[in-house]
Design a protein around this ligand. Sequence first.
Ligand code: ATP
Ligand code: MG
Length: 360
Amino acid sequence: MAKGNTVRIAVLPGDGIGQEVTAAALSVLEPLAKRHGLGLSTETLPAGAFHFRDAGEAFPEESFRRAQAADANLLGAMGWPGIRYPDGTEIAPQLDLRFRLGLYAGVRPVRAIPGVPVALADPRARAMDFVILRESTEGLFHSRGRGTVTDDMAEETLRITRATTEKLSRFAFRLAERRAERLGRRGRVTLVDKANVFRAFAFMRAVFDGVAAEFPGVDSAHHYVDAMALDMLRRPWEFDVLPTENMFGDILSDLGAGLVGGMGFSPSADIGDDHAVFQPAHGTAPDIAGKGLANPTATVLSAAMMLDWLASRGAGQPFADAASELERAVDAAFAAGLRTPDIGGADGTEAAARAIREGI
Ligand code: ATP
Ligand code: MG
């Protein structure tokens, strides 16, 4: 990506509150881009369950092609109860994107936002700031939709490859280095596995350890996933970067979201070698869709991650500055009393977006 060129963002709002939260995030991005002089263009692409219902196609090839060609993708959420492919499978173009673009690193920050209630009473929980790094292309999802099922048994495959584990581990250590710089302390990467029971995880651990040796400036450790579930409740403020297998990461990131206010506060990024998709960790929330109640914070924070990633890809320092400012504006809005309905407040999607815009 050449510095100074216009950065092209593909926006895939999707279904339900996906449309509401992406609109809110764009309303924040626009003044932010202006203020920092970011050359940004956005293009909205159709995909999702509603599009399938209306046009007979969930993910038009043209949408995929444009998403692939964009510098980054901002996604809402996709899928809707009652709208499925004729064979009964769920409509999930976001998974197609993840697999087709090889987005192996699922970045799920868990950070306590000032003023937003956290699930734990211990005052140290206010300092929670760690990142779950979910491998997103293999693990227990390897045989997704292709497992073997007979009348008497069902079998799925767990796959861990050296190539992907090395990439995920390097990603983890680099992320820890950048966080160490920002947070002013030594970085620590903890692989979450089940190496005591599965050979696949012992293999993952060995590959991880090989990469760890390349990063003497960052501490490395291992933790069994069951112990991690316990320790995420007992002492989550001690963790930094937690790379893990696909299914473990899926589960732990929902637990992480629960620690810091719920899905509406959980941003995410799915990153590959050359592409990235940024989206809130939540789904389309049919129960609140169309009511203006959705919390846009997760999407706004995902947009901040997108700007930061673009900066790391050569878009220029103003993108990194804008990312920091956006995160600060979110924090400031909640610190000043913004309360969205998911945490018992009365500030809906528009009010939340406005409060965040005011801090820019
Ligand atoms: P998916 O299968 O796509 O992961 P899901 O079934 O896990 O979806 P979500 O759509 O994430 O469900 O919603 C779970 C619950 O969290 C719902 O009750 C929903 O209203 C609530 N929720 C999700 N996102 C938000 C948000 N941004 N703001 C407020 N509430 C939300
Ligand atoms: Mg879910």
